[in-house]
Design a protein around this ligand. Structure first.
Ligand code: K1U
Ligand code: ZN
Length: 178
């Protein structure tokens, strides 16, 4: 198991666009495994490759029910999206509370299309299609934003975003000084 450190805002690498994967090979499958290990270790439900410093268009998610013993979350329904593209987004919008492993301890409401259709490659390089609504639609759009260098706090008002960044900096200082 390889748990890689997760980049934290305002790391400039999180603001860069990621490159498409040219071939789904063992190197990409090893990246996917590290991403899943890192996501589960951080108690997340999604992760984009750039969050562990790899600027490739790869996303993992697991919205499965929490399993395991003593409150421990076990892997339940991992999903892997390579070169995902949104092919359709509904006009109707949904608002949901979002968090981000790269923006720890900050949650806020974000409005996005309620439903999306997504095409992507799976780990065997086979083209797949997903119709998503609810948390799945919210999470895949959040993760695909990462591939464009966008964080959920970029969807907030200027004031809310600067409050979030100040809170992040304060939390970082507190962690460093104990
Ligand atoms: O991109 C990320 O950093 C992952 C992010 C995904 C996400 C969450 C909520 C709405 C949209 C997208 C997270 O996983 S944040 C952590 C999280 O969801 C969580 C953590 C502990 C307990 C329960 C949930
Ligand atoms: Zn995120």
């Amino acid at each position: 198991m390889t748990i890689r450190p997760i980049l934290l805002a305002p790391d400039p690498r999180l603001a860069a666009a990621s490159e498409p994967v040219s071939a789904v090979n063992d190197e990409i499958r090893a990246l996917v495994k590290d991403m899943l290990d890192s996501m589960y270790a951080a108690d997340g439900i999604g992760l984009a490759a750039i969050q562990i410093g790899v600027p490739k268009r790869v996303v993992v998610m697991d919205l499965g029910p929490a399993k395991g013993t003593e409150g421990e979350k076990a892997p339940s329904a991992p999903q892997v999206f390579i070169n995902p593209q949104i092919t359709w987004a509904s006009e109707d919008l949904a608002t949901a509370e979002e968090g981000c492993l790269s923006v720890p301890d900050i949650w806020d409401k974000v409005e996005r299309p309620a439903k999306v259709h997504v095409t992507y490659l799976d780990q065997d390089g086979v083209q797949q299609r997903l119709e998503a609504d609810g948390l799945l639609a919210c999470c895949i759009q959040h993760e695909m934003d990462h591939l464009q260098g966008t964080l959920f706090i970029d969807h907030l008002s200027k004031l809310k975003r600067s409050i979030a960044l100040r809170k992040l900096a304060k939390n970082k200082r507190l962690k460093e000084t104990g």
